[in-house]
Every structure is written in structure tokens, then in C-alpha cells.
Design a protein around this ligand. Sequence first.
Ligand SMILES: [Fe+2]
Ligand SMILES: [Fe+2]
Length: 419
Amino acid sequence: MGLLSIKNLRAGMVLEEDLTERMGRLLMPKGTVLTEKYIKICKMWGVVEAHIEGVAGNDINASALNDFNPAEIAIVSESVHKRFCHANMDHPAIKELIRLCILRMAEAKNICPDHLRQDSYLEEETTKRQKMKPVKANPLKFIGEHTKLSTLPDIYRQLIDAIAKPSSSTYDIENVISKDTNLSARLLKIVNSAFYGYPSQIDTLSRAVSIIGTRQLSTLAMGINIINIFSKIPSGIINMKMFWKHSVLCGICARILAGYKNIRNTERMFTAGLLHDIGRLVYYNYLPQESIDVFAKAKNSHQLLYLTERDVFDLDHARIGGHLLNIWQMPLSLEDMVCYHHEPQKSKNQMESSILHLADIMANVMSIGTSGERLIPPLNGEAWLRLGMTPNILSLTIEQADHQLEDVFKVIFADDKSQ
Ligand SMILES: [Fe+2]
Ligand SMILES: [Fe+2]
């Protein structure tokens, strides 16, 4: 069976089966000879793959690896397989993620992946802190003391009020956002970035609100407000630039994947990605010595970081993050997604949590930025089935995310000197 990714379709190939768009509508019948124009139409309709006569899809995927020196691929492959040690290696999506991870490293996009850079950063910090004693503390106590809603700026509370009122108009939301010139400028830059890819310049907030939608833009604005606060807290435990890169990348992947599932309000998915590991910053900032212990335990026992957090703190960062979003009155769907991004089967909205779960794994596979995890979190098999996706979506999503990351990251952290 010649199932090929859209990237590998070429003019002259012949469709082996009818080709439909995402909603099931027929685009081209079986037997159609592809032309450049037809391939462009497939891309416009979000087609991910097509059955092609006389070609084996896997052959083309494998050939990408065959372009490299086998000895080098063997070394890279060994280190990648170690990072996937908690994954089901026989799962088709995992097989594809491993292939993509090896390919990225072989292409030298990640000569030194950020999770390894974080290792040396941490070593320096550990030496500095050797004389400090860990303080046994309950993480929830720190949440109560340091992260009250009152610590967030006025504009944040005004946005909560505006969203809560069903009668809020586009004008009301625009009015709240426009009071903060820095936030307005950032939102306009995001709307004009590769993230949206609009062909013409959107130069007023009112146009941005009407195109993106009031609630969508408000959720994004609230997320940016939260990361603003946290990005100003220096953490010696993690390189903050790497932390936010991982978060932005997860948000971008979540938004792209949500688009494949025709989920509306993809900005909420982006914001969920931005905030998914925020619970870790509570640990890193308020319990630094214990966090160093967690890193060391996880590394020495090859255990996943979130499971080690449970051993040491009784609670993992996902629960802490969900709790924070609850205190900050973020939409319940966001709180739920963040809380269960490592266990989407426990979520109330399993489709969206499964998307965030996969997006986090993909951000780890891409190895740009890190929130501290050295291994690839395992893929929940039920979540993958629920998504109903094909492994070909993974490489397409990574390619799109690569294209958007630098642009979106620069815009969100535009005037933040700590980044
Ligand atoms: Fe996480
Ligand atoms: Fe993460």
C-alpha cells in the first residue's frame, strides 16, 4: 500500500484510492494523475497523505535516513532510543517520532539538544548551592502565599470580568486590551506573525479582535500576562529562555494539531501549551534545593521527571499548574488540559487534553528548549486512538512548528531583557 505524506507527492503520480478532504468530501477520484496544481489544492484543503499507485510510503521515509553516514546514524539512534526508554517502541506514532528525532539530530539541527545544555547549567548551580540545606515544604503552601490573584495586574482582572459577561461586545474587549499599550502591541505583532500567516497587514486592535474573535484574543492576552509575571522571576534552576522555548513550541504544536481536528478556538490550545509546565516554575522558584534533588533522582534512576516530582513532593507540576490556573480564574477547560497533560485519560475534555499531551511529546522530540525533562514522556495509547490521526501528521506538524517558532518567540518576549 503506497500511503505517502503530502510532502512526498509529485506531479505524475497516480491516486490509488479516492482522495477526500478532512471532512470527508471527495476532492479527486481514484486514478487521477497528480499535477502541481492538484498538489497545491491538496495542501489548501489540509490533506495529510494520499494512496499512490506503485509506491511504498515507508521507503521514502527511510531514504531520508539513508542519506547519512550509517555509523553516525547508529550513534545518534542509540542516544535517541535512550530518551524513548519509557515509550512503547512498537507503536506506529512512536516509531515515526523516533525516526524524526534521529533525522533532526543527524541534520545537526540539534548538535547539542537543549535538555543536555540544561544539564551543564544545573551542574554550575548545584555547585553554588552545595552548602544550602533543603527545606521540607508543602508546594501548595507556596502557591497560597506567592501566587494570589491580587499579584496579577489590573488588566488581567478586567479581562476576566469582560470574558465572564456574556454581554461583552468586541468593543468592550478591545477597550480593556487597548489600555495596556505593550500588550496591544504584542497581540498585533502575533496576529501579523507567521503564526497566523495573514497575507495583508492587520494594523488595528479592532481588526485583530474581529478576525481572531473576542474570547480567543482575551485568552491569549491572559496567557501573555501570566508569562510576563513569571518571566520576571529569575530562576537559578532552569535556563528561562529554554523553559519558555519549550512552552511556546508546545503551544504552537497544540494549535497546529487542533487545526487538523477542526477544533475552533485554537488560541486556547496555544495558551494551554504556553502554560502547561508552569507548575514547574513554582518548584524551581520556591523550592530550589528540592528541585535539584528531583533532577538528580530522575537522572540517576532514568525516571520521568513528573513521576519523580510525585515521589518527592506528592504532587507533580501538572497538578500544581492546574491549581494555579484555578486561582487565576482561567477558563476551566484550560485548567483541565494543563492538569492532565501527562494523563489525558483523566481529563473531562479528553480530545483537547490528548492534543496537549501529544504536543508536549512533540516539543520534547524537537529538542528545542526544555522544562527540565531529559526523557521523552510516553505517549498514551488511548489518547492517540482518540485523536484518530495518522503518523504522517507528525512530520507535517514539526515542519510547520519549526517555521513558526522563532517568529512567535521573538514577538512574545520582544522587550523582555531576561530572554
Ligand atoms: Fe509537563
Ligand atoms: Fe512540557
